[in-house]
Design a protein around this ligand. Structure first.
Ligand SMILES: Nc1ncnc2c1ncn2[C@@H]1O[C@H](COP(=O)(O)OP(=O)(O)O)[C@@H](O)[C@H]1O
Ligand SMILES: [Mg+2]
Length: 361
């Protein structure tokens, strides 16, 4: 029997979504097929230190401190105390938000030439920034909401009246590069405006303001590369107590939402959502997997809201649920992700790194 592949599960991270990542990673650690893989839990503390932990634990700093070996012939991670190299065959970043989902960690793993599950540098950073992502999606003919974008340094130019003129009211104010609804507010009257802007800038140097779409919240799970497959769409039905899908509605209040997988949709609408989701995934250079979030209005208009390149794997997360509906268990899903990632890594070896020339240096 071939030896088990060592899968480093990276979790935690310097992000407002640290806790969500711990919950996601706990499930991956529990459900990964232990006959095929040996999971190595690597926690990143809230201040950014790396530790080899005993299972996946919220007490990351109780683990053994780790460092990186920046040498592609002998790349990887070392135990700081002993200097021993920790061997791994592939890295699975189960990190949400800043550093983990935005291409930073992906770039580091690429630079030390380790195989990795999920979207690489370009797709991660394109998808993470809601302004850049919307511009790219528009360019590819994927329907998105009307929006305006502002940098912190230009905050004095933000005018409530001009926003209302362009987008109407209510509108949404969101940090450009965050997730889990942190830094997201709905503005329905002028008195809510200042706080919404301050809140978004608190977490980011850029914000996006969007017209408010009154619609159903639909999500579609994508898996694979050539070609990617789309799940049946699912729906998050949010209780009337919430104005939108807030952090509390997502993770704290178990009564806040009802999840419907598959969503009750006409066949044609479901088909068009799957098609547009794949288009969005490809437009944003996503790899291996992602979750595409959309709005569907009463009149049947579809908008792509955002793409999550590392969607949640918590107990209430849609991505695994949507594949379960297609007959793929959590364990099989993890195996598929790792297999797809290895395949992509090997296919990419086709690309030459060097270039023979007469350049003198
Ligand atoms: N343009 C919009 N119209 C209506 N609701 C929105 C809009 N943008 C965001 N929302 C609401 O806010 C939630 C969080 O916004 P989203 O863009 O998905 O950010 P995050 O990355 O934090 O999940 C969405 O799930 C939705 O409920
Ligand atoms: Mg979202």
């Amino acid at each position: 029997m071939p030896s088990k592949k060592k899968v480093a599960i990276l979790y935690g991270g310097r992000s407002v979504e640290h806790g969500v990542s711990v919950n996601s990673a706990r499930n991956i650690y529990e459900f990964i097929d232990k006959d095929l893989y040996e999971p190595l839990p690597i926690g990143i503390s809230e201040s950014g230190q790396w530790y080899l932990t005993q299972g996946v634990s919220k007490d990351i700093t109780l683990g053994k401190p780790l460092g990186l070996i920046l040498d592609t012939r002998n790349s990887g991670i070392i135990l700081l105390a002993s200097g021993d190299r920790i061997k791994m065959d592939i890295v699975f970043p189960v990190l949400h938000g800043t550093d983990g989902e935005d291409g930073s960690i992906q770039g580091m793993i690429k630079a030390i030439d380790l195989p990795m599950v999920g979207t690489g540098v370009l797709g991660s950073s394109l998808s993470m920034n809601k302004v850049v992502a919307k511009k790219m999606l528009k360019e590819h003919g994927v329907p998105v909401t009307k929006f305006l974008a502002y940098r912190y340094s230009d905050r004095s130019k933000i005018s409530f009246e001009s926003i209302v003129n362009k987008l109407g009211m209510p509108f949404m104010v969101k940090s450009a590069s965050l997730g889990s609804s942190v830094g997201v507010s709905k503005v329905s009257r002028k008195s809510e405006f200042k706080k919404a802007i301050e809140d978004s800038f608190r977490y980011d140097n850029e914000l996006i303001i969007e017209e408010f779409i009154q619609g159903r919240e639909i999500e579609c799970a994508i898996l694979g590369n050539n070609p990617p497959q789309a799940s049946n769409p699912g729906e998050i039905v949010i209780s009337k107590n919430y104005e939108f899908y807030t952090f509390d509605a997502k993770y704290v209040d178990p009564e806040a939402v009802t999840i419907q997988v598959p969503a009750k949709l006409d066949k044609a609408v479901s088909q068009s959502i799957r098609k547009v989701s794949i288009k969005a995934y490809q437009a944003l250079r996503c790899e291996d997997f992602a979750r595409v979030d959309l709005f569907l209005t009463r009149r049947g208009k579809v908008y792509v809201n955002e793409i999550n390149t590392i969607p949640g794997f918590t107990n209430s997360s849609m991505f695994p649920m949507m594949w379960k509906e297609r007959g793929i268990s959590f364990t099989e899903l993890i195996t598929k992700l790792i297999t797809i990632a290895f395949e992509r890594y090997h296919n990419n070896k086709r690309v030459e790194r060097g270039f023979e020339s007469n350049l003198k240096f």
